[in-house]
Ligand binder design. Structure first.
Ligand code: SAM
Length: 258
């Protein structure tokens, strides 16, 4: 649920058409009524990732849930960036930050990948999904990224779509500068779908980087001359992607950004 009182937005699962009655769950009703002090008849915005954004009004609020009546569309559904973010899980605070900020930076899929040096192996995927959903409500995007269940590094590439390029953030400095790689990718026609992979606090094992480097769809990239924290690396690579081939460019925004 978004905290911006002027643009209170809720993500809902059901279809959105004028006149539809949308039921909301206990947490959403509590937030609307007790946190945002909304009452019957108050307006808000709803979206479901498929039907665009709609203005709705509170129709019922109670301890067990509530109901909204959908009125008019405010924005048509737009295509979000097709960018997957694979990351080795890190501790609770930084992994929550990755879920939130990668969502606001437009990632379409968040996929935790367990590498040899991954320390935080128990991941609360439900909490990551809640972080992503709240960030999507807050930042105004019209979809919530998929948050996949954690898989091993090997399993992550078993059925990898051959056309999707994977930029592996390689802290050893062996990769090519990410900006040059993205500028070259942006010149391809059509621009291939992309993914980014970053390692854990302890970095990738040399054997992992070699095995990744042998995959035909992998490009090892350097994120500058300094060693970044894992979460900084994820978000920096994402920002580069949006700036050079994503919806931070005029044409990128027109083509399908927010
Ligand atoms: N233990 C590693 C070391 O000291 O060399 C640092 C790992 S770093 C904290 C976590 C991850 O961020 C790395 O595995 C890599 O994916 C990414 N990363 C950090 N700095 C990077 C850089 N300058 N270039 C590419 N990737 C980087």
């Amino acid at each position: 649920m978004s905290r911006n009182a002027d643009k209170l937005r809720l993500f809902v699962e059901c279809g959105l058409v004028a006149g539809a009655c949308v039921t909301i769950d206990r947490a959403q009703a509590h937030y609307l009524g007790h946190v945002m002090r909304r009452g019957i008849g108050d307006p808000l915005l709803v979206f479901n990732g498929r039907d665009g954004e709609w203005r709705a009004r509170v129709d019922a609020l109670g301890k067990g849930g509530g109901a909204l009546i959908v009125h008019e569309a405010t924005r048509a559904q737009s295509r979000d960036s097709d960018l997957w973010v694979l990351f080795a899980p890190v501790k609770r605070t930084p992994i929550d930050r990755i879920a939130r900020e990668a969502t606001t930076l437009g990632a379409s899929r968040l996929a935790p990948v367990l590498t040899r040096h991954t320390v935080a192996r128990r991941i609360n995927t439900a909490r990551l999904r809640a972080n992503a959903r709240e960030a999507a409500e807050q930042c105004g995007r019209l979809s919530v990224p998929e948050v996949a269940n954690p898989v091993s590094l090997t399993a992550a590439f078993e059925a990898w779509p051959a056309e999707r390029r994977l930029l592996v953030a390689d802290e050893t400095g062996a990769g090519r500068a990410i900006a040059d790689v993205l500028i070259a990718l942006g010149r391809e026609d059509p621009v291939p779908p992309s993914a980014i992979l970053t390692g854990p606090e302890g970095g990738f094992e040399a054997g992992e980087l070699d095995a990744l480097g042998d995959l035909p769809f992998v490009i090892r990239v350097r994120l500058g001359p300094r060693i970044l924290r894992a979460e900084t690396a994820v978000l920096s690579a994402l920002a580069c992607w949006q700036a050079l081939i994503g919806d931070w460019r005029e044409e990128g925004a027109a083509a399908g950004g927010r």
